[in-house]
Design a protein around this ligand. Structure first.
Ligand SMILES: Cc1ncc(COP(=O)(O)O)c(C=O)c1O
Length: 460
């Protein structure tokens, strides 16, 4: 905050009533929302009819499928929402003791919470901790995490919190100078990707290196990266990994008595919400866009996470974690005062999330979600072509869009434009995300602003 803005805020705090401050805040945020193009956050929200629920504390403490005495909850809606996602992601329906049945819960944070939980589950599963349906597995193994250079920065928080070994950390610590994918043997921070999608050959070479030394792999894949909105090609990754696993004798499928020797996690913060609807749009002939498959149709996918506030839209962070019964660990915590085991991460969980998502899903039925997805895909294509015209005014201007991505990237403009459109930047590049609230006229307004002679500080 600048010194000027700080002075202004102090003045306001001293002179305005709480009511005036709320009005002023609402007006400012509404203005910002009108032009908001930057982060992958849908602003297509209409939850006013749920306002009465703001006066009830809603808490979905504990496992969504096990009742407990925290009665002010929306677990009924939560289970329906989870069933809906199981359908979207082609998971078998919920049958509690069936090893292939899905299990999951709604998150109180966003994808970060889900990724943290997935990695915790993956680490302890591969390290042989007792399962919910079954005993302990092979002990004393150290799982290693693999992820691309385009992975969301929160991966670092997750690995630190969980003290999880990564190929980078373990490589630097025990095998300096031996990285099999670099000329000088140095270990990169993330696995190289091509326009945002992980390079399967590099991934396989790294996995080979560690599996040969006895480390079971956790493979973390992105379905919609944070900046480029790119998709890791999950099927190509598996084709590259399978021969490595077979060569080293890894167990490919969990059975009743034996675990599998790897974990594939899908961070679908945006893509796991968007792609199922785009796939439906393609089946309806509404789009020609490429639709990568990432979900439980692929038997090697162990867990999926999405942020509900990204594609679906919610007035606060929320999301979905899903896995299968057979991968679940024995809950390490007993929620004593509600007398059930707590198999989730947070204790109190946001009951409004379930209500909001249930409402959003039930008010967008039939072909509507597919039509929204195909409209966004078309608009992303339009935005790319529209912004390319800016070269007429700024010859050094460039535009990039990864295959089937909702993100369009271009050089970072002056701060006034950057702030007006709520852009976000990585180095010298900015992006917009074509989310359900974005319209052609918003894209045109941005294009017009970027065409101005003084739109860029550098020599674009
Ligand atoms: C790929 C990816 N993973 C994780 C996250 C973190 O999600 P959240 O902010 O919902 O915790 C993001 C956020 O943009 C993301 O793009």
């Amino acid at each position: 905050m600048t010194e000027e803005a700080l002075l202004e805020l102090t003045k306001k705090k001293n002179t305005s009533s709480p009511n005036d401050r709320i009005k002023e805040l609402y007006a400012r945020l509404s203005t910002q929302q009108r032009d908001f193009l930057g982060l992958q956050l849908s602003q297509a929200l209409d939850f006013s009819s749920l306002a009465p629920f703001l006066n009830i504390h809603l808490n979905n403490l504990g496992d969504p499928f096990v009742s407990n005495c925290a009665t002010l909850n929306t677990r009924e809606m939560e289970c329906e929402v989870l069933d809906h996602f199981a359908g979207l992601w082609h998971a078998p329906g919920r049958v509690p003791l069936d090893p292939d049945s899905y299990w999951g819960f709604l998150l109180t944070m966003g994808a970060t919470e889900g990724n943290l939980y997935a990695l915790w589950n993956a680490r302890d599963y591969l390290a042989g901790d007792p399962l919910m349906h079954g005993g302990s597995g092979e002990k004393n193994r150290v799982p290693v995490l693999f992820y691309s250079e385009d992975t969301h920065y929160s991966i670092t928080k997750c690995t630190r919190l969980l003290q999880l070994e990564t190929f980078h950390k373990l490589g630097n610590g025990l095998y300096p100078g031996l990285c099999p994918i670099t000329k000088d043997g140095r270990w990169p921070d993330g696995i190289p990707s091509c326009d945002g999608s992980i390079d399967p050959k590099h991934l396989a070479a790294l996995v080979d290196f560690f599996v040969a030394r006895g480390y079971p792999p956790i493979v973390f894949l992105n379905v919609g990266t944070s900046f480029k909105g790119a998709y890791d090609d999950v099927e190509s990754v598996w084709q590259a990994l399978l021969p490595v696993f077979e060569r080293h004798g890894l167990r490919i499928r969990a059975t009743e008595n034996e675990r599998q020797d790897y974990w594939v996690h899908i961070d679908g913060a945006l893509g796991a919400g968007y792609l199922p609807h785009l796939e439906k749009a393609k089946a309806l002939g509404l789009t020609e866009e490429r639709v990568p498959i990432f979900d439980f149709r692929l038997p090697y996918v162990s867990s999926i996470v999405t942020s509900a506030h990204k594609w679906f839209g919610a007035p606060f962070p929320s999301g979905v974690f899903m896995t299968r019964e057979k991968y679940r660990l024995n809950p390490c915590a007993q929620a004593q005062y509600v007398v059930t085991p707590d198999s989730t991460l947070a204790s109190s969980r946001n009951g409004l999330s379930a209500l909001i998502l249930w409402y959003a899903i039930n008010n967008s039925v039939g072909d509507t979600p597919a039509r929204v997805a195909s409209r966004c895909a078309r608009l992303a294509d339009y935005a790319t072509r529209r912004l390319e015209k800016i070269r007429e005014w700024h010859p050094g201007f460039w535009v990039k869009r990864a295959s089937a991505s909702l993100a369009v990237r271009f050089p970072t403009p002056r701060s006034e434009i950057f702030e007006r459109f709520g852009l976000s930047a990585d180095g010298g590049a900015s992006h917009i995300f074509i989310m359900p609230h974005v319209t052609r006229s918003m894209v045109d307004a941005l294009a017009e602003a970027l065409s101005a002679p003084n739109a860029f500080e550098g020599c674009v």
